[in-house]
Design a binder for this molecule. Structure first.
Ligand code: NDP
Ligand code: GDR
Length: 370
């Protein structure tokens, strides 16, 4: 039975990957951070009581900024595969916390590689590094391939650039099985609430249900190659099942603006939008509401721009060419963008219908101060 260690197991990808590996018969170990509130919502359904026999899912307290802790966990677990998914993963927030982001996203990767090397596990342990299309940054070439030059545009992108190259370097210097998956944006109902897709699907559901009036966004012109996280974790696993370590782009090959994502999300609840105005004056108003379950009057402004969400330097256009991955790993995305949006919208509608039901019945919040 293979053993996997996942950093970032409490995040979107960590949760889907843990499910996939358990299905494949792995024992899964994950690193979670100590937090003053529970932070394991996404993997609670996988939890096993540590008092049971033959535990196949185990969480360890740890942090990518703590080399001693990482080394101890790796020594204890002796993993066949490490998936380094842990990161401060929000591009805009990385401008506010650049040093922390460099430490966790950049040096965190070094700590994992160095622990494996010092523990003498280079022959045994394969490593997956969560690299990103943010490495491409300023557009040099479209679509982007494994050979497109990097030009990151945020402290997050720069930290991930270090992580990318240190992974390549350890592979070449110490003959380690270490791979970079250069993953383009991937989303799901488990996506963090402050990433743009989830922010849009949550707000659309809440506006449709009469729980929110306005969705405030930043740059509507940004174009992203959005896939489904469920498909992308499969590609991570495939990379570590090959005879030789390598780096791969994982993408759908189609790109969409943030504005069009908004139009599609509102379309899901039968609401047709019209965008007017330019720059920070741009707004979206309701032209028609065709679903009798939702009652948003024509002419209601539902989207406005808030410059707070603009980034000091932006990545304008991402579109990936995953030909290498298709040819070598026989991988292709299974979900279209419309299917992804349906999945996310349905999940958020369910979530907020439940919240509205509780709120209308006066049972919505637990107030600890009463
Ligand atoms: P999430 O933000 O959902 O999850 C990040 C995970 O990292 C969480 O489990 C988080 O813990 C953990 N983490 C954060 N800081 C630390 C730390 N200091 N030490 C240990 N763990 C930490 O990200 P995703 O699941 O979306 O992404 C997974 C990885 O893939 C990330 O490295 C991301 O940068 C990268 N990536 C993501 C893409 C995407 O579109 N989703 C595309 C390309 C790359 P906690 O739950 O406690 O916050
Ligand atoms: P990104 O994802 O920066 O591509 O990084 P995000 O969803 O945050 O932004 C995508 C694009 O939407 C624009 N945008 C907004 N973004 C957010 N978050 N909030 C807004 O209100 C908003 N309005 C417009 C952004 O400017 C941007 O152009 C994600 C993360 O998962 C990274 O960890 C990962 O490496 C990359 O995807 C690939």
């Amino acid at each position: 039975m293979k053993k996997a260690l996942i950093t970032g197991i409490t995040g979107q990808d960590g949760a889907y990957l843990a499910e996939l590996l358990l299905e494949k018969g792995y024992t899964v170990h994950g690193i979670k951070r100590r937090s003053s509130l529970f932070n394991t919502d996404r993997v609670d359904h996988l939890y096993q009581d540590p008092h049971e026999k033959n535990i196949r899912f185990k969480l360890h307290y740890g942090d990518l900024s703590d080399a001693i802790n990482l080394t101890r966990i790796i020594q204890e677990v002796q993993p066949d595969e490490i998936y380094n998914l842990g990161a401060m993963s929000h591009v805009k927030v990385s401008f506010d916390t650049p040093e922390y982001t460099a430490n966790v996203d950049g040096l965190g990767t070094l700590r994992i590689l160095e622990a494996v090397r010092l523990l003498g596990l280079t022959e045994k342990t394969k490593i997956y590094q969560a690299s990103t299309s943010e490495l491409y940054g300023l557009v040099q070439e479209v679509p982007q391939t494994e050979k497109t030059p990097f030009y990151p545009r945020s402290p997050y992108g720069v930290a991930k650039l270090y992580a990318y190259w240190i992974t390549v370097n350890y592979r070449e210097a110490y003959n380690m099985f270490a791979c970079n998956g250069i993953l383009f944006n991937h989303e799901s109902p488990l996506r963090g609430e402050t990433f743009v897709t989830r922010k849009i699907t949550r707000a659309t559901a809440r506006i449709a249900l009469g729980m929110q009036e306005t969705l405030y966004l930043g740059n509507l012109d940004a174009q992203r190659d959005w896939g489904h996280a469920k498909d992308y974790v499969e590609a991570m696993w495939l990379m570590l099942q090959q005879d030789k370590p390598d780096d791969y782009v994982i993408a759908t090959g189609t790109t969409t603006t943030v504005r069009d994502f908004v139009i599609k999300a509102f379309g899901h609840v039968g609401v047709e939008l019209s965008f007017t105005g330019k720059g920070t004056e741009e707004t979206a108003t309701v032209v028609a509401c065709k679903n009798p379950d939702y009652n948003i009057p024509e002419g209601t402004t539902v989207v406005q721009i808030d410059p707070t969400y603009h980034r000091p330097t932006e990545v304008d256009l991402l579109i990936g060419d995953a030909t290498k991955c298709k040819e070598k790993l026989n991988w292709a995305p299974q979900h279209s963008l419309d299917e992804l949006i349906t999945d996310m919208m349905e999940a958020d509608l369910r979530l907020f219908k439940k919240e509205k039901y509780l709120r209308d019945g006066g049972h919505d919040t637990l107030n600890y101060h009463e």
